[in-house]
Ligand binder design. Sequence first.
Ligand code: SAM
Length: 303
Amino acid sequence: MLTCADGFSFAENGDPEEVHYYKVDGVLFSGKTNFQNMMILDTERFGKLLVLDGRVQSAQNDEHIYHESLVHPALITHPNPRNVLIIGGGEGATLREALRHPSVNYVAMIDIDGEVVDNCRRMLPEWSQGAFDDQRSELFITDGKDFVANTATKFDCVIIDICDALEDGPAIELYSGKFYNDVKRLLNPGGIVVVQAMEFSNLVNKDHVFVHMSLRQIFQNVRSYAQYVPSFWCNWSFVIASDVHEPETLKCDEINRRMRLRGLDSALVHYDGDTHAHMFSLPKANRRVLDQACMETLQRNVA
Ligand code: SAM
């Protein structure tokens, strides 16, 4: 999603096919880190907005929709998540949500860009809400692909919250079968991985399909789900994968029961059993896009 603001164009990645406007009351930060362009804008509707390389990452007034949707389906599906790995997630809100689960006793967060993390911690404290200071969390400033290739630690859940797959962006090498294979190696038995998988509609779906199909080569059960995020102006998608668990089969009552047991029911604003069912119930056109991709892969494998 490319964005423009009053007087500022931050559509820096080639010719935009589509531009969204935000009414901007002020620019709180604008600079270049070693890895990406970073802006923090103050907008009328969405509050503070984090923009990296011209793409909105999250907004103060609806970041809970994105972060709860990313984190809780995986952690609620896992019966007893203890060790969690987050790749990316610079704002600290993915960390905040993972730490809500009382069984979680260690979360490693890996972000390539220390300047983004520092700026978010300082200027967007509403996102992390002290999560970086939680004794259970450990922050590593390094490339996610190197961490995953080299660590010996095992995890129950891996949450991949990196920037979109931009050709020149710092995340591009993490959109690959090799990276997902390395992630699988880090999972404890019954482990779950969830990936933020970009926009997913009948018109815009190439990146999503790539993530979905790559994970399908590696895991037994792979499901796409989606949620409209107002500040992204589209249905945002996620792919969840496991060799054991099937989050799409979890019933609403069971999700709500697990949430009560974990003390999450009043803590969350967006996610519960009904929201889970809604997110996993994809429209016909989206299902057809995935069916078509599976069919093409099958035909290629047979030929
Ligand atoms: N919600 C987001 C979205 O819509 O794209 C993702 C949010 S989060 C800010 C993305 C983070 O991924 C950034 O902090 C960025 O520094 C980090 N990142 C990008 N490439 C990375 C890599 N190779 N290893 C680890 N972190 C990476």
